[in-house]
Ligand binder design. Sequence first.
Ligand SMILES: [Zn+2]
Length: 510
Amino acid sequence: MFRVFNLKKIAIPAAVLLIILLLVTTFMAFMKRDKASWYDEKFARIARKCPQYYMNVSFNPEEKTVNAVMKVKYTNNSNKNLEEVYFYLYPNAFKDENRLPFLEDEIPKVYPNGFDPGYIEVNYVKTPEEGQDLEFHIEDIYMKVIMPQSLKPGRKISLEVSFSVKLPNSLGRFGYGQKTYNVCNWYPILAVYDDDGWNLNPYYAIGDPFYSEIALYDVVIEVPKDLVIASTGTQVEIKEKDGGTREWHIKTGLVRDFAWVASTEFQIHQKEVDGTNIYSYYFDEEGSRKALEAAAEAVRFFNSYFGKYPYDTFSVVAADFYIGGMEYPNLVLIDKTLYGGSFLEYIVVHETAHQWWYGLVGSNQIKEAWLDEGLTEYSTIMYYEHRYGKARGARMYNDFVKNRYRFYELTNPKDFRVLRPLHEFRDWRDYDALVYARGAMVFGELREQAGDKTFQRVMRQYFREYIYENSTTEAFIRLWEKETENFDKAFFNKMLNLPPEGQNIQIPAA
Ligand SMILES: [Zn+2]
């Protein structure tokens, strides 16, 4: 199916059409759920104990402000008593001109009109039932909420947080440009508590400095009528309100973040693949057709090779976004200036592959970025092989992956370690060659050595075991050891450029 419609010109019919589409997909999802599968069992098991966010949001595009009341249900899944719970307040990373999470030479691209601050203010935190105000402390991008009493293992607490966000005039993940409002990493999101305690990391300039748990979201966003929203999750209802606004009601499956992008100029292409509606929100019609086609082919291929994408929607969104592409659950941002160029397909497929590696199978992108980026980059190569034949795939692998790394080797870097935390990479060049190129080579070599059949079997198993959870390098290696005979234990150390077994191996615990 291929349909073009302009929400701006035919606003009401387009909204009605969207609702019909959503009803159909909801019904389809319901029919699918009838057949119990391992997906459903896992979904049910995780959904019982994961965080649940409910948000009422209103956006004022004149002021560039977002006001919201958020209720979050949190379960202590650890075996320790928690005296406090931490949230990230990522917008505060954009407050101070002297401490921005960008490298120096990026600043003019991020702020073409000069620096403009972005931030979040928390008005209150309370328990919604008792209405008891809770003590909270904000420091930089972290908020510590003191529990009214010790939160015991297995116990739940509901928190209500009222907050206001100011979007900066900035072309990054969080901000706005000429055409789009990029409302990403914008609300207080729970930090991950694991064996290391609370994972509290700075907002690094390099990589994707995010690590979160899978959660459920139910969000209502009120915006002026002329704005169209692309978002994580399924838009279940769009309601007309008095005063020239609309309410967009959005519900998600199990996802690890909630992002949305709004524009008065979005047009939409749509296509269905294996029960998932794929949307392309665009400004450039021809580029959008290519982006939609690439995303659809990628979803079809990754569905059949790794395991099925279990969501109703996936949106590829053209945005004022200088970085290129960025993944969020069910939504990817693509720099709108790439739509006429030859790099568009590669970037759309890369971000689509992240729906599997980051979105469905999570990992700590601060401690071990190679695990999702390397696999995402290699999945992209596999897409080219699948779509355009073995020769093209081999050429892409050689040019885009192996040569990229070889070229880096020639520059005589001192430290070749792939597995290291973000702050230990000096610059994007370091990060790109090691995390993306060498990272992808780990998977390329695995496939070459084990054969495609074994590679696929183990990767499907990996997907199945870690879907909706967070994986680690250690877990990935263990799985390969378990699933294959005569597995060469030195393989990963060699490929990740780590010291040989027994000599101070540094695999960070998750
Ligand atoms: Zn990536």
